[in-house]
Design a protein around this ligand. Sequence first.
Ligand code: NMX
Ligand code: MLT
Length: 475
Amino acid sequence: MVFFRSVSALARLRSRVGQQSSLSNSVRWIQMQSSTDMDLKSQLQELIPEQQDRLKKLKSEHGKVQLGNITVDMVIGGMRGMTGLLWETSLLDPEEGIRFRGLSIPECQKVLPAAQSGGEPLPEGLLWLLLTGKVPSKEQVEALSQDLANRAAVPDYVYNAIDALPSTAHPMTQFASGVMALQVQSEFQKAYENGIHKSKFWEPTYEDCLNLIARVPVVAAYVYRRMYKNGDSIPSDKSLDYGANFSHMLGFDDDNMKELMRLYITIHSDHEGGNVSAHTGHLVGSALSDPYLSFAAALNGLAGPLHGLANQEVLLWIKSVVEECGENISKDQLKEYVWKTLNSGKVVPGYGHGVLRKTDPRYVCQREFALKHLPDDPLFQLVSKLYEVVPPVLTELGKVKNPWPNVDAHSGVLLNHYGLTEARYYTVLFGVSRSLGICSQLIWDRALGLALERPKSVTMDWLDAFCKKAKASSA
Ligand code: NMX
Ligand code: MLT
């Protein structure tokens, strides 16, 4: 709690900084304090013992406190609503949406350093926040940006591994294969083989994670250029920040596209620990598999249509609407199309959520970006119309717990506007972004010595017998 309180206090101060033309002495003091140390690793070195003690205390003082009851519905319903994971970097509230280390998306947009004045947050700043719980200074973000740029070299065998696949293979297959090939350089695996003491596990994990975060945009851009631009790849530009450089390597140098990429990476980075990709990364990492193995596994979960692949599905679905009914489709026609989709046994992609019960704030900030930069885009207008049509239809269906749009309902039309039209590629962008959250938590998993994940499973026979016994003893 102290950790989060200090974060939000700092955030409040920084937010005031944004609103003031001249700084008060106390604010200047905090800025100076936070900008003295440019080295992220040494900041972590300081934080880790304090957080280790905190966890030890939680366990010894409150280890037996009950957090809820497990019902049969939960066991057969994908563990929905079951609290069972420790995840430090972000927390999801069903009504309000995600908070990164206590900061909401609008708060991050206000307090994290940006490339342009009043512009979108730099993802490097968010990475610093996820890892330390502290809002970094512009200088710290620049130092991290340089560090990542210096780590970004990708060995040729990674490209060769991707090239061994047909260029028609799904972009997520090519991307995950590239990440697996990056594993060859795992520092953690080497250190483990050399007998590293468990108290030091977090250090090679940190190196792997920063290297991985630095290299995945290069691998992802390679896949894009291989598939859609005749293999004509664009080298990284070390003078650019992380988001802008990724956009540049993909072949998009428009300033607004670079801003979109910074926003995109920031908002897709983390969504607490229970989503399929984060949970998979954490689960695989709990076996002390290194960050590359863990993250590649996470990507394979992200590639499912109920999770990250939904961004591909949304744009393809929107394009099929336009193909069948034209861009100026009426709300009644749209409603009919939504029912046709549902009646053919499919989901409406981009709507619904396992935890959220309101419109996803990640949808909202993308809508704000569209209103600012592309209000007249016909597909954006169609997305806006869908916001009016889909929720009442899903509500009428009677079983959908959240009829509101999620992050994927909006991302495709923004990318499409700037020329990134290849919908099958979209989940790769989600994957690059998710490396920030999953890797940040993996470092903390090792620093806190979190346990091997191994929940108990039961059979239907076991459930039958248990429930009959429970009924008999309550009669
Ligand atoms: N369209 C049609 N049916 C839906 C939808 C939807 N958008 N959302 C939920 N339902 C159905 C769901 O399939 C289930 O039906 P059944 O009982 O026949 O199996 C019923 O409503 C109850 O599901 P919920 O409890 O509301 O949702 P759940 O937590 O099981 O699933 C999702 C959450 C996200 C998988 C689900 O809402 C969905 O399939 N949405 C569309 C795909 C999508 O947008 N996924 C992206 C999620 C965000 N992300 O980036 O990962
Ligand atoms: C995510 O960003 O991971 C998705 O919204 C899915 C989830 O949180 O379950």
